[in-house]
Design a protein around this ligand. Structure first.
Ligand code: FO1
Length: 342
């Protein structure tokens, strides 16, 4: 029998995958599920590419490229070299080993298999005990309206290096999509104890998940603490265009804006110690959200475990403040360097 899931993480690609790895090391094998953004997915060279799912898979399997945070560490580029020689589109790098996942996924989708089943089998072949759950089996595409026109995410992010100015975002296909039975069953299960929103881009990685009809409500209806880890440190994101997009959308890039963005969804927000000044903490306390503080930069494996530990400790605090009493996901005391406020 499969172990019961205790913790569900909501994640995009690189940053989210790092925290998911930390979480996976703090719970028993098989007790973590990761609900992954598929708004970055696209068709390229006739293949279905799912970058965030593959990034989380490679990270948990220990085969991810350590500097890039996506793709595989042990990789060759014979396919790309030949594609370039033949004049094919070479702006999106596909390593030879990585390519196998895209080819297999495309073949199996064409045969009618669901993305959830395919990713579950990839995960078990990679020896990953955690459950990888796409946010939906239906295709959803994050579209950015920019000063260079409407762009699919990978064209904006990789081909145009996030240079165009973003005016608006939408998630094409979301209205027709639905959460999978696997996700709904998990959210109804009595074993679930905490939901952690990873420090992924709120607009590009977490909002597409929340745009799947019924999913936001199902997350709240699970009645377990929901804790987000702020993706910002001193008003900057570690990687990617989070602050650039916030500025372009006219939103101040700070922890308060993240708390407001997730208002109505989260019970707790974990912020970096650099952001834990009296003024910010006072403003955050007024939102009614419980606040935890730790160093949120995740360079080493220890960092990932520390941030995961602080997020679970904050969830446990929310649960005990609610009077839920027993059975928190992480019943230990708050970690040494995680203070909590409010
Ligand atoms: N990111 C890049 O910056 N350049 C690439 O050529 C690239 C290729 C790529 C191939 C497979 C894959 O799974 C991810 C890839 N990424 C690449 C990363 C991806 O664009 C982003 O990290 C995510 O979509 C954002 O979460």
């Amino acid at each position: 029998m499969k172990p019961a899931i205790k913790v569900l993480a909501l994640s995009g690609g690189v940053g989210g995958a790092k925290l998911a790895l930390g979480l996976s090391r703090l719970v028993e094998p098989g007790e973590l599920a990761i609900l992954v953004n598929t708004g970055d997915d696209f068709e390229h060279l006739g293949l279905r590419i799912c970058p965030d799912l593959d990034t989380v898979l490679y990270t948990l399997a220990g085969v991810v490229h350590p500097e890039q945070g996506w793709g595989r560490a042990d990789e060759s580029f014979g396919f790309m070299d030949e594609l370039r020689r033949q004049g094919g589109p070479d702006w999106f790098l596909l390593g030879d080993r990585d390519l196998v996942l895209h080819v297999e996924r495309t073949r199996r989708l064409a045969e009618g298999e669901r993305l959830t089943q395919i990713m579950s089998e990839f995960a078990s072949r990679f020896g990953v005990a955690s459950r990888l759950l796409p946010m939906s089996d239906a295709p959803i595409s994050t579209l950015l309206e920019t000063d260079a026109g409407a762009l699919e995410f990978q064209h904006y992010f990789v081909r145009l290096r996030s240079i165009p100015k973003v005016q608006k975002l939408h998630y094409a296909g979301a209205a027709q999509a639905r959460p999978t039975d696997e996700v709904l069953d998990l959210l109804r299960s009595r074993s679930l104890e905490a939901i952690i929103v990873c420090p992924s881009n709120p607009y590009l990685s977490i909002d597409p998940i929340l745009a799947v009809p019924g999913l936001r409500m199902a997350l709240r209806a699970a009645r377990v603490p929901i804790v987000a880890v702020s993706p910002l440190i001193a008003g900057r994101a570690i990687k990617g265009p989070t602050t650039k997009i916030m500025n372009e959308l006219g939103i101040a890039a700070d922890a308060l804006a993240i708390a407001r963005h997730y208002s109505g969804l989260i019970d707790g927000l974990l912020v970096d110690e650099i952001d834990a000044n009296a003024e910010t903490l006072r403003a955050l306390a007024q939102t009614g959200i419980r606040v935890g503080v730790t160093r949120t930069l995740m360079k080493t494996l220890d960092d990932r475990e520390r941030v995961a530990d602080a997020a679970l400790a904050l969830a446990a605090e929310v649960a005990s403040a609610r009077g839920a009493g027993t059975g928190t996901a992480y019943p230990s005391a708050a970690p040494i360097d995680a203070r909590s406020v409010g």
